[in-house]
Design a protein around this ligand. Sequence first.
Ligand code: ZN
Length: 86
Amino acid sequence: MAKNKPEGPKYPRPQRIKLAVIPDPQGTRAGIKYEGEGTVIMRGPGHLTMECGNCGADLLVGVATSQVRNMVFRCNSCKAWNETLD
Ligand SMILES: [Zn+2]
């Protein structure tokens, strides 16, 4: 008799990455300041969530790291500046 095994199909699992908090770039780099509703600055179809390195708010949801390389975003929740990986 076949048993139901707990292992399912191998979907790509949602992943979370904590961004690195950096000092205020003061215009030396093109930082993206998001001041709309909520904390999500960019949203895409992917599985990866990049969160604020300070407060853990979702900043980039479903966006591939290759799309936001070496960019600076300001968290709309705690106002910390976050840098994505190169
Ligand atoms: Zn934050």
